[in-house]
Write a protein that binds this ligand. Structure first.
Ligand code: MG
Length: 384
């Protein structure tokens, strides 16, 4: 299968692993887009020969254009460039792997063109899930999740002819590096400690989200949107080994689980080749040597971000965009060393407290909620 792809977010963790899969399966790449990493994007262009390359940052794009002037590749920049890459007619699949809200508009553009979306940008579904899924239904665009939990659920649902048979989606959660600690013990944790994830190698933003459990909260909302289930039908269980990537419980009591070693290239490969399964060079899971599988309930007292997200899942409207925007801004401040780890959920709660929620929002309302949330988080800093 040789479905040409556009890769949004090619220099990030998911982007680089997507290119590993493209290299292995010889999948052609029509466009590559990234935020500002000139060196790595140049290298990728020289290897994968896209016709279009985009850097969101204009100065970085100018520098890139100068460096690749010997190649038949056009260089674009900004949101317009991202949207152009997402809409490219030769791409059948758009891999949406940009970090954060910046991925929303390009993803919507690709959906409107009826392309397959290999979706790794969870913020898109968290902030604008209802809008995005409605557009996908309208255009017939297929959304195949790349997030390992949602890929697991997607895989468990293959062959399920009646969604009424699904009783519950069970998201597994590694618990992150601070599992078992109290709220007080977690509060002053440093950037270095928070960036040490026990099982998965990922980008900085998502690794911090894993440490606060906000990542699981965002995935809770993502699961509701992707699979059209109410919050009562989604649950979270701590599974420290990250061997079971998530489960589906059916009404007859059967529980299907998808298992594997924690390697993002599996869900990426599946999103690109679905409904087929392609050969993987990775070592398969060895049941005889893998650690015993354990399960426990999440501690929302020590990790309030998860509870905040579950509350927003129930509230709906712009609350999820407020949650996400405040969290992105707070994680940014934490990574810059400006706030304590325990301050992240506090700032998210503050934004949710201050900004009124609008139900049935349009795209502009969502973008405005996101802006307002970021502003409250940043202003709280200058206010001391
Ligand atoms: Mg995940």
């Amino acid at each position: 299968m040789k479905n040409t792809i556009t890769l949004l977010g090619s220099t990030g963790s998911i982007g680089r692993q997507t290119l590993d899969v493209c290299r292995q399966l010889e999948i052609p790449v029509a466009a590559l887009a990234a935020h500002h990493s000139v060196d790595l994007l140049e290298k990728q262009i020289r290897e994968f020969h896209p016709t279009l390359a985009v850097l969101y940052d204009i100065d970085a794009a100018m520098e890139l254009a100068r460096r690749v002037s010997d190649l038949p590749v056009r260089v674009a920049y900004g949101m317009e460039g991202l949207i152009e890459a997402a809409s490219l007619s030769e791409s059948g699949t758009v891999v949406a792997a940009m970090v954060g809200m910046v991925g929303l508009q390009p993803t919507l553009a690709a959906i409107r063109q009826g392309k397959r979306i290999a979706l790794a940008n969870k913020e898109t579904l968290v902030c604008a899930g209802e809008l995005v899924m409605a557009e996908a239904r309208r255009s017939g665009a297929e959304i195949v999740p790349v997030d390992s939990e949602h890929s697991a659920i997607f895989q468990c649902l293959q062959g399920c002819r009646d969604r009424g048979e699904v009783r519950r989606l069970i998201l597994t959660c590694s618990g992150g590096p601070f599992y078992g600690l109290s709220r007080e013990e977690v509060y002053g944790k440093t950037r270095e400690e928070a960036l040490r994830h026990p099982n998965w190698a990922m980008g900085a933003k998502i690794t911090i989200d894993c440490a606060t459990l906000m990542n699981k909260g965002l995935e809770f909302i993502e699961a509701m949107r992707l699979f059209h289930v109410p919050p009562e039908q989604v649950s979270v269980v701590i599974h420290r080994q990250s061997i079971i990537h998530s489960m589906v419980e059916f009404r007859d009591g059967a529980v299907l689980a998808q298992m594997g070693t924690p390697d993002m290239r599996l869900p990426i490969r599946y999103a690109l080749t679905y409904p087929a399964r392609a050969q993987s060079p990775a070592e398969p899971l060895d049941l005889l040597t893998c650690p015993p599988l354990t399960f426990a309930p999440p501690d929302t007292e020590a990790f309030p971000s998860l509870k905040l997200a579950m509350d927003c899942a129930r509230t709906g409207g712009t609350s999820c965009a407020i949650l996400n925007g405040a969290n992105e801004a707070a994680v940014g401040l934490f990574l810059e060393g400006k706030i304590a780890f325990g301050k992240i959920p506090e700032l998210v709660a503050l934004a949710l407290d201050r900004i009124p929620v609008q139900l049935n929002p349009g795209l502009e309302d969502i973008l405005e909620a996101d802006r307002a949330a970021r502003k409250i988080v940043c202003d709280s800093r200058t206010a001391g």
